[in-house]
Design a protein around this ligand. Structure first.
Ligand code: FMN
Length: 323
């Protein structure tokens, strides 16, 4: 398949692996890139710019294909060392950055000066247009189904993607809820130039996470995610578990009076315990409704090539045949 996204990033298949905290290590990014997609290292999972530089170097040893780095701008009182992370990306020779969480305008000049392509992840048409206006090269349009932070507008991809197609000039990928070739074909039909997947890539052989996490995704249905932190306007879609139920009970009880401190036990610092140790009830962890479409644990190569082959077959066969 050849789309504006494969051309922009110099990749074989229009499939991107979105940044994922404590999943997006070098092993994950390299596996996706080696399979012809675009793998992304998650910048902030590395506790310092020095560690990110090492992770980039490790990834380069595992693949000679293009890969990128996700930089998430968090609402934080003491922000991470963003200038240091950007420097590590530039010095590491990385040419693709996925930004998310907040407007990346401040970082665009230095990224552009260094020949880096920027794809910004947005959950609304409004923010996508802003990204286009400030000079981003592409956007990842993340619908309400998505794992992680869907924003506060609650517009699903069935409307969000064609709306993005109406407004945007730069290429965009469909993000949120994607797991198979049927959806890749649908995304292309709705005006996207490819797809971005998070949750689906966790249930792959190469994903560097505990086996319990992969099994939890295979076992889960599309009804098993919950939205947490809505009262804090920092909504996150997570897989339901004992900690999430405890957190939701607190939200119900405390209403608008709730603060981050009240739920810190269920969300702060829980990722290593879940992703590395496999403690599945340690806290809330991002997971999309797409869990309902995950039934196996393939290699990244089998997953991506299977998706592309299925999409091709649908376009050439079923869709062409209805005309
Ligand atoms: C476990 C997990 C962690 C994530 N961490 C981040 C992150 O640190 N930064 C970010 O921009 N997006 C993060 N995301 C969102 C993904 O990059 C992607 O946008 C999302 O998963 C797409 O929806 P899907 O899971 O339905 O495919 C995360 C998603 C998951 C499932």
């Amino acid at each position: 398949m050849k789309t504006r996204i494969t051309e922009l990033f110099g990749i074989q298949h229009p499939v991107i692996q979105g940044g994922m905290h404590f999943v997006g290590f070098a092993e994950m990014a390299a596996a996706v890139s080696n399979a012809g997609g675009l793998g992304l290292i998650t910048g902030l999972t590395q506790r310092s710019p020095e560690l990110l530089a090492k992770e980039i170097a490790r990834c380069r040893e595992m693949t000679d294909k293009p890969f990128g780095v996700n930089l998430t701008f968090l609402p934080a009182v003491t922000p991470p060392d963003y200038p240091g992370y950007v420097q590590a990306i530039i010095e590491g020779g990385v040419k693709i950055v996925e930004t998310a969480g907040n407007n990346p305008a401040k970082w665009l000049p230095i990224l552009k000066e260094n020949g880096i392509k920027v794809i910004h992840k947005c959950t609304s048409v409004r923010h996508s247009l802003k990204a286009e206006q400030i000079g981003c090269d592409a956007v990842s349009v993340d619908g309400f189904e998505c794992g992680g932070h869907p924003g506060e507008d609650d517009v699903g991809n069935w409307v969000l993607l064609p709306r993005a197609a109406e407004e945007l000039k730069i290429p965009f990928v469909a993000s949120g809820g994607v797991a198979n070739g049927r959806q890749l074909a649908a995304a292309l039909a709705m005006g996207a130039d490819g797809v971005n997947m998070g949750t689906r890539f966790i249930a792959t052989k190469e994903a560097p996470v505990h086996e319990n996490v992969k099994q939890a995704l295979v076992a889960a249905s599309e009804l098993d995610t919950r939205l947490i932190m809505r009262p804090l306007r920092n909504t996150e879609r997570v897989l339901n578990n004992a900690a999430v139920e405890r957190l939701l009970a607190k939200e119900k009880e405390m209403g608008a009076n709730i603060s981050f401190a009240d739920i810190a036990e269920e969300v702060a610092g829980v990722y290593p315990r879940i992703m590395i140790d496999g403690e599945m009830d340690a806290g809330g962890w991002s997971c999309g409704m797409v869990a309902g479409l995950i039934h196996d644990i393939p290699t990244c190569k089998a997953l991506i090539e299977g998706m592309v082959a299925d999409a091709e077959q649908i376009i050439r066969g079923r869709l062409a045949a209805v005309l």
